[in-house]
Each structure stands twice: as structure tokens, then as C-alpha cells.
Ligand binder design. Structure first.
Ligand SMILES: Cc1ncc(COP(=O)(O)O)c(C=O)c1O
Length: 386
């Protein structure tokens, strides 16, 4: 079937939730992907900051193939080796003590909020304006976009307060006797790649300790090397009580998770939370392969080196339409003085996949394995098209 006929299937049969780009992708290799007509694209979006090792990474593919031949799914009622090994490996790399496996970012955040509420016995959650935490009803309430809440006001849970990001006074004012948790992204992704001050997070950690509030960092987008450390909160030198993760964790297979300290995790007992698919052998085999690649291929070093190079090169672009260049590691935003949608189209036509968020911020979250040469190719295309 040709592209138009295939896209018509969505028009005819899908529930209408996405505005998609008009290409049908077929296969990929490293940072490149090809559509069914053979057109090549440099993928600066990586499936919304997911494909941390790029496409068709041999170790990841082999791990998935090998595991698929053994066991794909067994449910959370039985043990499986890849999930047990992965938990031990990951926890030993972080300041956390316990893990819960989920399937997506929203589901991880949903569970984290439940855990904080059960641990504290309190019912208010503070999150930030322009944040994004998911599309389930509770994570939508935490998400700081009034326009997303509007159609669902009738069923929106109470107790969620959105305050200005990177403003410690706004958090102080919102805290009450009933505050269970602060849920916050180390860098706001969907909100426009907003990088806060280091002191902001350190103050939040202090406040949480003083007042017995649970600090939940949402590392769904910033985690897994995206910002140059395994998890971005490490950049601020803080130790949260709970962290949520997804996206890059499985290199492309749908996987999420909650990490928590022993103290906070102890609030859950069997029956408080669960999942059918979470922590299955297939996704955990993939996650182990992602960690192997991080260790063996110096992925974090690449993020730091190429990420800084990318930001430096973007800053050299002399265009009236550029209002700001910002980012950490390979989570980079180019704020424009006008809406960015037309540039997404132009660049796609020139062979580059990018995304525009917050209306006027071009967001670049390429595979973490991208090279300086590929960045040069992309920056040249930006220069020609902006
Ligand atoms: C920071 C953050 N949290 C949560 C989510 C939701 O993740 P998912 O789409 O896997 O449910 C996203 C998705 O973009 C995100 O960026």
C-alpha cells in the first residue's frame, strides 16, 4: 500500500488523538530512519526521547531476539531472571533502594503519587506550571496545562496544585499541613526545555526534609543519560525519595519504573499496587542490554561532549527568528520568535525529524549515540531552513 492509502486507514479507523507527520516509517539504523518510499531522515527526535541507542542497535536487537525465543511474558506472579538482575544493577547505580516496574511514564507517575499518599497519609500534590506528567486522570491533574484539564474537569481529582517552575517562593506558598509530595521534572521537556537553577532543586530537597514531604522527581524524559548523567537530578546533588522513569529505559520497548528509598517504599504492601505486564522478561532483557551498551560504549561521555558541541554550534546561528538556545546534554531547545510548526515541516522535507513543543520551541532529543558529524549535518540544515 502507498503512503496515502496507509494514512487513510488511520483517518477511517483510529480514535482521533494525534497530529502525526505525514510519513510512514519503515526501518532505521543508528540515527537514521527511512520511510516506506525510501526517503532517508536524520532522527533528531528519537521517538520522543526514547531510542537512546538509536535504531537497530545490534546488542539491543540481539537481547530482544534471544529473550523472545525463551520467554516473552509470564505476569508479575512469577519471578524472571532479567527483571531481578536488572533491579540489582540499576539500584546499585543510584541512591534508591527499591524498584517497581511499570509500562509507561504516566503509569510510573500514577504509582509514585499513590506511594507518596500512602506513605504520608496526606492528600495534596504540588507540581509545576508547564510540567508534563502523563495523560491518565491523576497525572493529567499533576500536569501544569489548564487547557489539558478543561474537558475532564468533572472527573479531575482534587488536591493537585500547579505552581510556577524555578520559583522556590511559589512552592513555599503552596505547601500546607496536608502536602504529601512535590512532583517535578529536573528539566521541563514538553514545557519547552526549561532548565532550572541548581539551587532551586537543592532548596526543594531541604524543604521536603524539613516538612516531611516526599520529593518525587519525574525523570521520564530526563533520565537514562539524556542530560549527561544517568539521571538528571544527580546534576543538582540531591537525593529524592522517589524517582519515576520510562522512555529511554528499554531503548524503545515500552517500559517504565518507580525507584524509591527503603523508608518510603515500605508504605506499600501486597495489593496496594500492581501490573500485568510490568517487569516482564522481554523488556527487562532489553533494559539490561541498554545498561550494557551504556557501560561498554561510553554513552554518557558522548552525551556530554556532543551535547555541548551541539549547543555551541546552535549559538553560532545568526537568525532573527531565534529567541534562545538552551538545554542540558542532548535535551536541547531552540526557542523561536514565532510558531515552530512550519519549520518541522520544512526540515522533514529536507530529511530531518524534529519536534516543536510549547508552540515555539524546537525540541531536539536525538539518540544519545549521535556524532558531531551528524550534528554538523543537522545544524547546516537548520541554518538553511530557519
Ligand atoms: C516528564 C514526563 N513525564 C511523563 C510522561 C508520560 O510518559 P508516557 O507517555 O510514557 O506515559 C512524559 C511523556 O512525554 C514526560 O515527558
Amino acid at each position: 500500500m502507498n503512503t496515502q492509502d496507509l494514512i487513510k486507514i488511520e483517518d477511517d479507523y483510529f480514535i482521533n488523538t494525534f497530529t502525526r507527520q505525514p510519513i510512514v516509517l519503515d526501518h532505521g539504523e543508528g540515527v537514521k530512519v527511512w520511510d516506506i518510499d525510501g526517503n532517508e531522515y536524520l532522527d533528531m527526535f528519537a521517538g520522543i526521547a526514547v531510542n537512546c541507542l538509536g535504531h537497530n542497535h545490534p546488542k539491543l536487537v540481539k537481547a530482544i531476539q534471544d529473550q523472545a525465543e525463551k520467554l516473552i511474558h509470564i505476569s508479575s506472579i512469577y519471578y524472571n531472571e532479567p527483571a531481578l538482575i536488572y533491579a540489582k544493577r540499576l539500584i546499585e547505580m543510584t541512591s534508591f533502594d527499591r524498584i517497581f516496574y511499570a509500562n509507561s511514564g504516566a503509569e510510573a507517575n500514577e504509582g509514585a503519587i499513590k506511594l507518596a499518599v500512602k506513605y504520608t497519609g496526606k492528600s495534596e500534590i504540588i507540581s509545576t506550571v508547564d510540567s508534563f506528567h502523563g495523560r491518565t486522570i491523576m497525572t493529567l491533574a499533576a500536569t501544569g496545562h489548564e487547557e489539558y484539564h478543561e474537558p475532564f474537569k468533572a472527573v479531575m481529582p482534587k488536591g493537585f496544585i500547579n505552581v510556577e517552575y524555578n520559583n522556590i517562593d511559589a512552592i513555599k506558598e503552596a505547601i500546607t499541613e496536608n502536602t504529601a509530595a512535590i512532583l517535578i521534572e529536573p528539566v521541563q521537556g514538553e514545557g519547552g526545555v526549561n532548565v532550572p537553577d541548581k539551587e532551586y532543586f537543592q532548596e526543594i530537597e531541604k524543604l521536603c526534609k524539613e516538612k516531611g514531604i516526599v520529593l518525587i522527581v519525574d525523570e521520564v524524559q530526563t533520565g537514562f543519560g539524556r542530560c549527561g548523567t544517568l539521571f538528571a537530578h544527580e546534576l543538582y546533588g540531591i537525593k529524592p525519595d522517589i524517582m519515576t522513569m520510562a522512555k529511554g529505559i528499554g531503548g524503545g520497548v515500552p517500559m517504565g519504573g518507580i525507584l524509591a528509598t527503603e523508608e518510603v517504599a515500605s508504605a506499600f504492601v501486597p495489593g496496594d499496587h500492581g501490573t500485568t505486564f510490568g517487569g516482564g522478561p522481554l523488556v527487562c532483557a532489553a533494559a539490561n542490554a541498554v545498561l550494557d551498551a551504556f557501560e561498554e560504549e561510553n554513552v554518557l561521555d558522548n552525551v556530554n561532549e556532543v551535547g555541548q558541541y551541539f549547543i555551541d554550534e546552535l549559538k553560532k546561528l545568526d537568525k532573527d527568528v531565534i529567541a534562545d538556545v538552551r538545554g542540558v546534554g542532548l535535551m536541547v531547545g531552540l526557542e523561536l520568535t514565532k510558531p515552530g510548526a512550519e519549520y518541522v515541516d520544512k526540515l522533514r522535507e529536507a530529511g530531518f525529524l524534529i519536534n516543536c513543543t510549547s508552540g515555539n520551541v524546537l525540541r531536539f532529543v536525538p539518540p544519545l549515540t549521535i556524532t558531531k558529524e551528524e550534528i554538523d549535518e543537522f545544524v547546516k540544515a537548520l541554518d538553511e531552513n530557519l
